[in-house]
Design a protein around this ligand. Structure first.
Ligand code: NCD
Length: 334
């Protein structure tokens, strides 16, 4: 429910101005909840049919050096919904359109884009590129996924979804299933779940386990982490079941990918093992992790989850720009 979110104080809003958003780890619990509060504010504003004006005169650069549907389009829509403008580089290995294909570095690319845009959103196949971008830019940089590193805006929208679907995340059991090695969404999400004493149930092929450094960090922080192999066992005690895609593009050897790609598939049969009221999430795209029949289950939240990305990204853009007003577009500007 939107009333579960709390709009932040002026001091908290001021602390976001000019900030880069690079990893989930950089957020305190209060900062995380501030973003969710502003996201709730924007969701409400859009539901009321308000035409917003907060990012008027601002330009967002969307630099996507990897394929994307939800992340790029929701960032772009977020800027449009806030009355701002967008410039985009959308690349894939098959469609290299920027000067990076001529050998230009991320550093130099950002130095250029920084002249044109007020905020830079970057996705890259290279872990650590968002940091490089942030060091090169004077404007805020938002990491929209860097290799198998971090994907903080996804984790924020995941938390927003959990609150909307379940109320407080406090003490929930969360099963993370699939590719926990290369999946950057779960690497970020666990850093938020730790604030709510969530129990983590990790299920993955041996080859795709959550990196030990992350597991150790969680355990040292007092998080209960349990491991299992079977999906039925993993979902049995979970309030949230978070499925992930095996990240084919991160495998050096495709034979290794083939060997593990279909290990975890949620089917109608798996639903029988769920706790009543359990919520199923997935950052998407799904490949072969969730059968179509599961979409009809009331707790299948993955499409709602993707929709929530819009509100969370509106919040990030307006907060880092110091422009959270919920301002109407005035009549005279029509
Ligand atoms: C994820 C990503 O790109 O890391 N997708 C997304 O942003 N919604 C997950 C994935 O690609 O599997």
């Amino acid at each position: 429910m939107l009333s579960d979110f709390k709009f932040p104080s002026e001091e908290m809003l001021a602390s976001f101005v000019g900030k880069d958003i690079l990893s989930a780890e950089q957020f305190s619990q209060a900062e995380l909840e501030a973003v969710l509060g502003v996201a709730g504010f924007y969701e409400q504003a859009l539901a009321e049919g308000r035409r917003l004006w907060d990012m008027d005169g601002q330009v967002m650069a969307a630099l996507f050096f990897e394929p994307s549907t939800r992340t790029r389009l929701s960032f772009e829509t977020a800027m449009h919904r806030l009355g701002g403008r967008v410039i985009t580089l959308a690349e894939s290995p098959e469609n290299r359109i920027s000067s990076t294909s001529k050998g230009e570095t991320v550093h130099d690319t950002i130095k250029i884009v920084n002249n044109y845009a007020d905020v830079i959103v970057i996705r890259s196949p290279q872990t650590g590129d968002a940091q490089i971008a942030a060091a090169a830019a004077s404007h805020p940089v938002i990491n929209a996924g860097d290799g198998f590193g971090q994907h903080p805006s996804q984790a924020l929208l995941d938390m927003y979804t959990i609150v909307k679907e379940k109320g407080s995340p406090e003490g929930l059991a969360v099963a993370l299933i699939g590719d926990l090695k290369y999946g950057r969404t779960v690497h970020s999400l666990v850093d938020f779940l730790k604030y709510y004493k969530c129990r983590l149930i990790l299920a993955s092929p041996d080859e795709l386990k959550m990196p030990e450094s992350i597991v150790h960090k969680l355990q040292a922080g007092g998080v209960q982490v349990d491991f299992c192999r079977s999906i039925d066992e993993a979902v049995a005690e979970a309030d949230i079941v978070y499925m992930t895609r095996v990240q084919k593009e991160r495998f050096a050897d495709l034979a290794e990918y083939e060997a593990v790609k279909d290990m975890y598939l949620m089917t109608e049969e798996t639903l029988q093992h769920l706790k009543p009221g359990a919520v199923i999430m997935h950052a998407l795209p799904r490949v072969n992790e969730i059968a179509l029949a599961v979409d009809d289950y009331a707790g299948a939240a993955y499409f709602r989850q993707a929709g929530n990305g819009l509100f969370v990204r509106m919040a990030l853009l307006a907060m880092t720009a110091g422009r959270v007003k919920g301002a109407f577009k005035p009549e005279w500007a029509e």
